[in-house]
Ligand binder design. Sequence first.
Ligand code: ZN
Length: 211
Amino acid sequence: MPFPPNIKETALVACKRRCCLCEEHVHIAVECHHIVQEADGGDNSFDNCIPLCRNCHSYVASYNPRHPVGTQYSENELKKRRNNFYAEMNRARSGEGPPRLDPDIVETTPAKLRAFFDGKTDAQAQKQIAPFIGKWMRIEGPLENYSDGSLRLKNHNYPAVLGHVWTHFSGSPWTDILSDLDKGTHVVLQGQIAFVRQGIIQLIYCELLNS
Ligand SMILES: [Zn+2]
């Protein structure tokens, strides 16, 4: 199955239709590759998607472990290359401050998104969640933990209460500011909804609103 249109759109905007490996602008020739193949249990999430040009796609897909020639791209390498490239594509021009991606904020909460899964199959829930993917949402709460561009809010990271919210900050100045915050500091942030699964919400390109 191909990626859902909203996941694909978010990925194509993030890479600006440039290949995440050779960085060439390939316009309509861009292809969304499953990092973990569906036959191997890979899903249609934003995290499992890497936009590539036809040429790089064929290199990534054609490695044959039974007849190894060259060096295979690992899943981790592909994700790191993609994440670095997305960040590079969306980094603010120097001196202009953090990226502002024309947020289209939705009025929702982690609890409301999580409630879509109550008594439903995953496929049914994903259908209802689809309109939220690619939109931005705001969350707030006391800082529980921060490391490596990822922040956890105390009231958003207990499955019994609201489920986990994974946040990703692309770089400075947020990462510098966050490193200085004390545990318990009340934080307000917004991020783009990349995917929602049972109990997990992934927000990307997060920005602090009360720093
Ligand atoms: Zn390429």
